[in-house]
Design a protein around this ligand. Structure first.
Ligand code: AMP
Length: 282
């Protein structure tokens, strides 16, 4: 595992490797790696000649009252895991390396970025798309892997790649969960024992939605009402949003059909958790 901290060195490596391979895989992360991240890494090492993983806690995607300063980190642990998975390069730049003094350019995917998480986290997706396109330009991957856990992020990035004719493909990967159903997230580390119990209400609410839909219910209002009831019955939960919407444009739907997206964001204590699923048999 080669650790690269400078943009120049990363770009030099990529330029050289692109001469001899047409399959550089890339997994961007904010570190504190868990099985969700590692599933993306495994997919990359299985299908690509080279795999680059980045760890960069991107300040530009955090709001003023969010958890930038407390975001969990374990660089040594992350390094060990990536080494054991035969990752070629760990790109681990500093904030100044990615955003040198005077950086003023941002990339915004309009409309898609304004819905769901974009409503409660203004500027979040602008920060994400800006750092992701910078990382793409630095790492120059042929394929980049993103988790469906962050379903809106995946959609926004796919749209950016299409709209800007970026020359790479994006692969979405399934959500990895704990055995009790909680979607893995670096932020789960914040949860107290009691909040960890309440956090199960997210996946339970999604399962409830699936169950109602499979039983013939298509009114999204009725499905949402049941989900809200279930989440609010748990201690310490505060709903940010529960949405039943179109998988591609994230617009709210009145009638659910196969492959409609159910997405939610819930504060459990102070921790904001997100999760989602698709309705139907797939
Ligand atoms: P993060 O470090 O939270 O920015 O996540 C880095 C990448 O890992 C993103 O593409 C996430 O969607 C993905 N990821 C995070 N958690 C999971 C999970 N539980 N299952 C699958 N992918 C995940």
């Amino acid at each position: 595992l080669k650790i690269i901290r400078s943009v120049k060195e990363m770009t030099d490596w990529s330029n050289e490797v692109r001469h001899k391979s047409d399959a550089i895989g890339f997994v961007p992360t904010m570190g504190f790696l868990h099985e969700g991240h590692l599933s993306l890494v495994r997919e990359s090492t299985a299908h690509c000649d080279y795999t680059v993983v980045s760890i960069f806690v991107n300040a530009k995607q955090f709001g003023p009252n969010e958890d930038l300063d407390t975001y969990p980190a374990d660089f040594e642990g992350d390094k060990k895991q990536l080494d054991s998975l035969n990752v070629d390069v760990l790109f681990y730049p500093t904030h100044e390396e990615i955003y040198p003094e005077g950086h003023t350019t941002f990339v915004t995917v309009e409309k898609l970025s304004e819905r769901l998480c974009g409503k409660s986290r203004p500027g979040f997706f602008r920060g994400v798309t800006t750092v992701v396109i910078k990382l793409f330009n630095i790492v120059k991957p042929h394929i980049a892997f993103f988790g469906e856990k962050d379903r809106q992020q995946l959609g926004v990035i796919k749209k950016m790649v299409a709209d800007l004719n970026l020359d790479l493909s994006i692969k979405g990967m399934p959500i990895i969960r704990d055995s009790d159903g909680l979607a893995l997230s670096s932020r789960n580390d914040y949860l107290s024992k009691e909040d960890r119990d309440s956090s199960l209400s997210l996946s339970k609410a999604l399962n409830k939605a699936k169950e109602l839909f499979n039983g013939g219910e298509t009114s999204t209002k009725a499905i949402k009402a049941e989900m809200v009831k279930l989440i609010e019955s748990e201690k310490n939960t505060r709903i940010d949003y529960v949405s039943i919407c179109h998988l591609e444009n994230f617009k709210e739907m009145e009638k659910a059909v196969e492959d409609t997206l159910v997405a939610l964001a819930v504060f459990v204590g102070k921790t904001r958790l997100i999760d989602n699923c698709l309705l139907g048999s797939r």
